[in-house]
Ligand binder design. Structure first.
Ligand SMILES: Cc1cc2nc3c(=O)[nH]c(=O)nc-3n(C[C@H](O)[C@H](O)[C@H](O)COP(=O)(O)OP(=O)(O)OC[C@H]3O[C@@H](n4cnc5c(N)ncnc54)[C@H](O)[C@@H]3O)c2cc1C
Length: 487
């Protein structure tokens, strides 16, 4: 028998749980289920198990608006999972999650006005079909099964082990080993201090330097408010506002006085590493701060590892892997027992699901985005693409509220189908890339931007990645402005 729900949510990560919370809160009459490929909730925080795995933004903003965060701002995956578990239990979401359901296809029928999802039930090997009126895609932005590893020359020659952080082997033993980490993003900055103590030596090999913000893992305002016995709900809200305010100031400064910000960030690294360390070579990026996410280094742990001599940094390019390690373009060879490729993700649009609309295959790159939430001519479907510089969840929560408003609007109008459509005045819009790649350009975005929907040059066909714009624009969206076609 084919089961039916009003709403199906794909993914039980931070976004899917936000969607379920808001549905229950704002559309209590809707039946819903969450379909999740993995054996538990958490998404990113379940997939990644490498040493030290933690957030790189603070949990006051990465946490939900509706659930106070009460610990240190940077949190481990375990702490995030515990927090999510509390949200799930407190709101009775657990009974609505179906784990080990890998969705393979999603088909919209205009006649039946339904989505039919076909999922492989991984624990039984059975294929099941489930239908819904509204599909809410919370599948994240990268392929969970496999991380991105460039095709380095000579990889097959290397006699040691090559590990990608996204598929970390269980009980992996690196005690007393020489470890080489390729990359210098947030993942490398986490793994290196976490592993440094146990291995013989760990080296961060980077093609080019990255910005880091070393600071104590505490929030002074939160500490002060707690000392005054202020309720946690207030602490959460005030600290969120303060963090967003400070971030706005910093981001604005990166446009107004990029050199001054750059100098401050580099000075912080210099302070931790001492006058003899070559900060110019290893920690002085050539790009404008904030055109890629700036990783927070709690308590300067990466720099402490380097200062202790257990970790080091090499800035060079890979010529080839060798039997013993990596030969660099400069001619130097780095020996290793283990090479960790902290080289990022594969961007994945909508969970590798084969979509069809009335039996016609759907390519999302052919569609126009409606506020980064819906797609032109795709009925009854929303997706969550959060922020990449501000915490992801700030946008996930906002989209949840928007989708619930839309569902309630449809109910009030007595309609069952809603699809964004270009109006006459929208027909000649220039087709712009989903991301402004001049402004924000990490590798996974540059590799995958062509897979994403297009955006136009005016609302609602835009996607700003800017919380300050969205926080006013999304709640104020006029659902009857003619761009949403209801039937
Ligand atoms: C190591 C790491 C650290 C990060 N730290 C931060 C941070 O500090 N701050 C920040 O803002 N962002 C951070 N990010 C980005 C992070 O991915 C997002 O912020 C957030 O966790 C995404 O949540 P999500 O629920 O949208 O997606 P995900 O966490 O990716 O979860 C999506 C879920 O959907 C499921 N799914 C996907 N496809 C299917 C399918 N076909 N069928 C069934 N289920 C499917 C997946 O199994 C997964 O459980 C980090 C990312 C990584 C990898």
């Amino acid at each position: 028998m084919v089961q039916h729900f009003d709403v199906l949510i794909v993914g039980a990560g931070i976004s899917g749980i936000s969607a379920a919370y808001h549905l229950r809160d704002q559309c209590p009459d809707k039946s819903y289920a969450i379909l999740e490929n993995q054996e538990s909730f958490g998404g990113t925080w379940l997939t990644h198990t490498y040493p030290g795995i933690r957030s790189d933004s603070d949990l006051y903003t990465f946490g939900y608006k509706f659930k106070p965060w009460t610990s240190a701002p940077i949190a481990s995956a375990d702490e995030i999972l515990k927090y999510m578990n509390e949200v799930i239990e407190e709101n009775g979401i657990d009974k609505n999650i179906r784990y080990q359901h890998q969705i393979k296809s999603a088909s919209w029928s205009s006649e039946a006005k339904l989505w039919t999802l076909t999922a492989l039930q991984k624990n039984t090997g059975e294929t099941v079909q489930i239908t819904c009126n509204f599909l809410w895609m919370c599948q994240g932005y990268y392929r969970h099964a496999k991380g991105y590893t460039p095709d380095f020359k000579g990889m097959d020659q290397f006699q040691g082990e090559i590990v990608h952080p996204q598929t970390w082997p269980e009980n992996f033993n690196y005690k007393g080993k020489k470890v080489l980490v390729i990359g210098s993003g947030a993942t490398a900055a986490t793994i290196i201090p976490a592993m440094a103590e146990e291995c013989e030596h760990i080296t961060m090999l980077q093609r080019s330097p990255t910005y880091f913000i070393p600071a104590e893992n505490r929030n002074e305002v939160a500490d002060m408010l707690r000392e005054l016995d202020i309720p946690e709900e207030w602490v959460h809200e005030i600290v969120r506002k303060k963090i967003l305010h400070d971030q706005n100031v910093l981001v604005q400064r990166t446009y107004d006085e990029p050199e001054a910000v750059k100098e401050e960030l580099i000075a912080a690294a210099r302070e931790h590493l001492g006058p003899d360390f070559d900060v110019e070579q290893h920690f002085t990026p050539s790009y404008r701060p904030w055109s890629q996410r700036v990783a927070f280094v709690p308590d300067g742990d990466l720099f402490k590892g380097i200062s202790s001599g257990k970790a080091s940094v090499v800035t060079d390019q890979i010529e080839t892997f060798t039997e013993k390690g990596i030969q660099l373009k400069s001619g130097k060879e780095l020996e290793a027992d283990i090479i960790i490729t902290a080289t990022g993700f594969n961007l994945c649009v909508l969970g590798d699901i084969a979509f069809t609309i009335d039996d016609k295959p759907l390519d999302f790159a052919d569609t126009w985005t409606y506020q980064g939430v819906m797609f032109s001519d795709i009925p009854n479907m929303a997706w969550v693409f959060g922020y990449l510089r501000t915490s992801w969840t700030m946008r996930a929560d906002m989209i949840s509220t928007f989708v619930c408003r839309l569902l309630n609007h449809m109910k009030a109008k007595g309609v069952t189908v809603c699809a964004p459509e270009l109006r006459k005045e929208d027909q000649d819009m220039p087709a712009l890339p989903f991301f402004d790649t001049d402004d924000f350009n990490p590798g996974y975005i540059m590799r995958g931007v062509d897979l994403m929907p297009k955006k136009g040059d005016h609302a609602p066909w835009i996607h700003t990645q800017d919380y300050n714009v969205d926080k006013d624009a999304l709640p104020a969206m006029d659902l009857d402005d003619g761009t949403l076609n209801f039937s």
